[in-house]
Design a binder for this molecule. Structure first.
Ligand SMILES: *Cc1c(COP(=O)(O)O)cnc(C)c1O
Length: 425
């Protein structure tokens, strides 16, 4: 039986992805090989547990797949330990919280309204409901994090876990200083590199792995793999709470963290997704991937320069990674919500985003977030980025001119339909 209704929708989504300019900073296009690796009989298999220690029979093949995924991820980031089972980035963080904290413990993360992530202590998320979430943010003038203020905040709230990393911050992170602050209050330090993971893996940004106790990431953003999560440790260490096995030997953090995922958070791992993660990590280890990441950065630079030239304000003044946050209050009189909708009508996809010290609600917002990973995967370079910024500018300045927006939409489609959505490395 062929489900034509869903087949048609897969086709419609493929057409939408082909015809549009994708500027959502958290999205990317996975390779055909990654997509194929997700769609197979591994979805049929239960494999609760870890390679060599499963609760089900018939796991010899999936054991090999999961071990390869773990080894490749460790190699990619120079880590001693990795867990590839989290179903998503938020699940990876939930498992780490569950393994390392008690309900009510204090966590210190980057303010959501300044670009932080839901799973770092939002009041509507498990992380803010179960734990006492405290936040540091950016300075209103500079848009930058003042590390002395992070230190003072940690001193005042005495967190058990400090989180660095964000979803909409266009500068790099001082992991060495974060570690010093964590050590000064006896906290564990987690870096969530969901956004810049691919750039970190290829050496374009500071490396958190030697400095942070734990590093988590999604696999579908700059890493360009299947939708999912993972986490790692640069070096394994004895758990800091003195927990021992029944025989009295110390329990290593690797076991504590593994049990946070299973049996703590999840049942059976998605071995078909883990197979696709392994394929993506192999791609990420290739020289072509480093070339891709350099272009991601060059394209983000080109877009940032073009926006600034046209009078736009980028929070923190520019970008050193793959994304930028525009404060539309600076030069235009429209909200993020209106901007997002108008660009959508021209087949340019962005997301509305709160800017630091925003006076509008999260549903309306004063900003939009823009990223280069997806368009770079399609093969666009700096000159194309300048053209895209000109289109974005024209739409934002004429957000109620339907015929002009429709005309830009036609130009977008004519250009983008020439580029494949399946990257090769
Ligand atoms: C995207 C993101 C996540 C969550 O990823 P999901 O796979 O959507 O759960 C977690 N942390 C940060 C910083 C992110 O940007």
């Amino acid at each position: 039986m062929r489900d034509t209704e869903i087949q048609q929708l897969i086709q419609a989504e493929t057409t939408r992805q082909v015809n549009g300019v994708e500027l959502i900073a958290s999205e990317n296009y996975a390779s055909k090989e990654v997509i194929d690796a997700m769609a197979n009989v591994f979805t049929n298999k239960y494999a609760e547990g870890y390679p060599g220690k499963r609760y089900y029979g018939g796991c010899d093949v999936v054991d090999k797949v999961e071990s390869i995924a773990i080894d490749r991820l460790k190699k990619l980031f120079g880590a001693e330990y990795a867990n590839v089972q989290p179903h998503s980035g938020a699940q990876a963080n939930a498992a780490i919280f569950l393994a390392t904290l008690q309900a009510g413990d204090t966590v210190l993360g980057f303010d959501l309204s300044h670009g932080g992530h839901l799973s770092h202590g939002s009041s509507v998320n498990f992380s803010g409901k179960i734990y006492d979430a405290q936040f540091y943010g950016v300075e209103e003038q500079s848009g930058l994090i003042d590390m002395d203020k992070v230190a003072a905040k940690a001193e005042a709230c005495q967190p058990k876990l400090i989180i660095c990393g964000a979803s909409a911050y266009s500068q790099d992170w001082d992991y060495i200083r974060f570690r010093a602050i964590a050590d000064s209050v006896g906290a564990l330090l987690l870096a969530d590199i969901s956004h810049p993971a691919g750039m970190i893996a290829t050496g374009l940004l500071n490396d958190p792995v030697p400095h942070c106790h734990i590093v988590s990431t999604t696999t579908h953003k700059t890493l360009r793999g299947p939708r999912g999560g993972v986490f790692m440790m640069g070096k394994d260490f004895e758990n800091p709470w003195g927990r021992t096995t029944r025989k009295g030997s110390p329990i290593m953090m690797s076991s504590v963290l593994n049990s946070g995922v299973f049996p703590g958070m999840q049942g059976g791992p998605l071995e078909h997704i883990i197979a696709a993660k392994a394929v993506a990590f192999n791609e990420a280890l290739s020289p072509g991937f480093a070339t891709y990441q350099k272009q991601v950065k060059a394209n983000a630079d080109a877009m940032a320069d073009a926006f600034v030239d046209l009078g736009y304000k980028i929070i923190s003044g520019g970008t050193v990674n793959h994304l930028m946050l525009l404060d539309l209050r600076h030069n235009l009189d429209i909200s993020g919500k209106v901007a997002d909708a108008a660009l959508g009508r021209a087949h340019i996809t962005v997301n509305k985003n709160m800017v630091p010290f925003d006076d509008k609600s999260p549903f309306v917002t004063s900003g939009i977030r823009i990223g280069s990973p997806a368009i770079t995967s399609r093969g666009l370079v700096e000159a194309d980025c300048v053209q895209i910024v000109e289109w974005v500018d024209a739409v934002l300045k004429n957000s109620d001119n339907d015929s002009m927006i429709a005309d830009i939409g036609k130009q977008v489609e004519a250009k983008m339909s020439k580029y494949s959505i399946y990257p090769t490395v």
